[in-house]
Design a binder for this molecule. Structure first.
Ligand code: FES
Ligand SMILES: [Fe+2]
Length: 429
């Protein structure tokens, strides 16, 4: 059977007429990117528009790590915004990504998070698709004893699964509804792709993972990740034990359109770092200590000497290196006031046993109850509940200026402004 025509790409969703015309969706404050209107966190019309203009628009969406589906038939489900999708490795060894939906009446095809299958057999009426998405068989297609069944001219080749564009960089499998977005490496740009290669550019091993539900708009968490300013202030564990302080050598870098970012620092001693924290001008939880200091022991992960590197890939992917704790995170929106953060905690296939044990120990820094990232899981809801009442008021984002550009210091909100620059461009507001 020929490949179904519907396995080809549809026109970019972003070219379809939006449900709410952009001009009526939101009026951005006159101060531009120096202000973030609270409406963006609470308005259901904006959340709806994001599904079409962002997630089904001209971006790449992380689906899974390639190492999760090594064999033909291995699959991994996920969502792009609110659209269920499935990545599967075909018998030809290629990874394909489909909307996880039967072409008959729309039933979800793969109900599990992951597994292995010879084909896609729909549980509802037993239509069967091959791993390339072509419709292979239809239960009772000719009816029974000449009664019922499909019309003679029904063409199965027109009823395959909807296939998305797919691209892989390093360990990461991306998919897109868009025909227009350039390949992932080009879309990331040279500097952003450099760090993807740096962290996941060699064979990885998944140590574990979890999913964390947060009671805030997804964009509050993304802002938090891009907000280099907070990292050495909110996170007392970082400052107390000197893992990441604003006074260290570091930078915030933003991509050309603004939406991707890198925030990095190098751990030094107090002498090279300055005395802002040791003088007690900034809080650093002096009264607390660790009984077991093994958590603070690390090896130099990269020759560049960067000990702390957080990257965002627009709009909702995070790549993390905190000492030797490596992770990939994907943030999935769930309406206006809830989101789901998926974590892949990783090491490398060629790690020694001792290195793996250190990574496992250091993974205590992150996750829902992490010594560092616990605060990030709650700060969004603390903001969300006070933005509800005043959609026309706005947050102030002027640290490091009012524009979007890479900056040497990290006392800066340039990454946050960069996110909103690209969000506004994609959303048409
Ligand atoms: S909905 Fe899948 S076979 Fe009917
Ligand atoms: Fe944080």
């Amino acid at each position: 059977m020929n490949p179904a025509s519907d396995t080809g790409l549809e026109a970019s969703a972003s070219s379809a007429p939006p449900a709410t015309p952009p001009e009526t969706l939101l009026t951005w404050p006159a101060e531009g990117l120096a202000r973030i209107p609270f409406q963006v966190y609470n308005d259901p019309a904006i959340a709806d528009a994001e599904q079409q203009r962002l997630f089904r628009g001209d971006i790449w969406n992380l689906i899974c790590l390639e190492v999760e589906i090594p064999q033909p038939g291995d699959y991994r489900t996920n969502v792009i915004g609110d659209t269920p999708v499935v990545a599967i490795r075909g018998n030809d060894g290629l990874v394909r990504v489909f909307v996880n939906r039967c072409a008959h009446r729309g039933s979800m095809l793969c109900l599990d998070k992951s597994g292995n299958r010879k084909d896609f057999t729909c549980i509802y009426h037993n239509w069967v698709y091959d791993l390339e998405g072509s419709l292979q068989s239809i239960a009772f297609r000719r009816g029974i004893r000449g009664q019922g069944g499909l019309p003679e001219d029904f063409d199965p080749s027109q009823h395959g699964l909807k296939q998305l564009r797919m691209d892989i960089i390093g360990a990461l499998v991306f998919a897109s509804f868009s025909e227009k977005v350039p390949p992932v490496r080009e879309w990331l740009g040279e500097r952003m792709a450099w760090n993807v290669d740096r962290v996941v550019g060699r064979p990885v091993r998944i140590i574990g993972g979890y999913t964390q539900v947060m009671h805030n708009n997804w964009k509050l968490y993304i802002e938090n990740v891009k907000d280099a300013y907070h990292a050495g202030l909110l996170h007392l564990f970082f400052t107390r034990f000197g893992l990441n302080r604003l006074s260290m050598d570091g930078a915030v870098e933003v991509s050309e359109r603004g939406g991707h970012h890198l925030s990095w620092s190098k751990m030094h001693n107090d002498h090279t770092e300055g005395t802002e924290y040791s003088d007690g001008k900034l809080r650093s939880m002096k009264d607390f200590d660790l009984e077991d200091k093994r958590l603070l022991q690390s090896w130099v992960e990269h020759e560049d000497g960067i000990t702390h590197m957080i990257q965002t890939i627009f709009p909702n992917v995070i790549i993390q290196q905190i000492q030797n704790s490596l992770a990939v995170r994907l943030l999935v929106p769930r309406g206006t006031d809830e989101c789901e953060l998926q974590w892949w905690i990783i090491g490398y296939a060629d790690d020694t046993e001792a290195q793996m044990q250190t990574r496992i120990l250091q993974s205590n820094l992150v996750g829902p109850a992490g010594l560092v990232s616990l605060e990030d899981g709650v700060i969004g809801s603390i903001v969300q509940r006070t933005t509800l009442q005043d959609p026309n008021r706005a947050g102030v984002v002027e640290m490091g200026g009012r524009t979007v550009e890479s900056q040497k210091g990290r006392v800066s909100e340039t990454g946050v402004r960069g996110f909103w620059q690209e969000w506004r461009q994609k959303m048409g507001v």
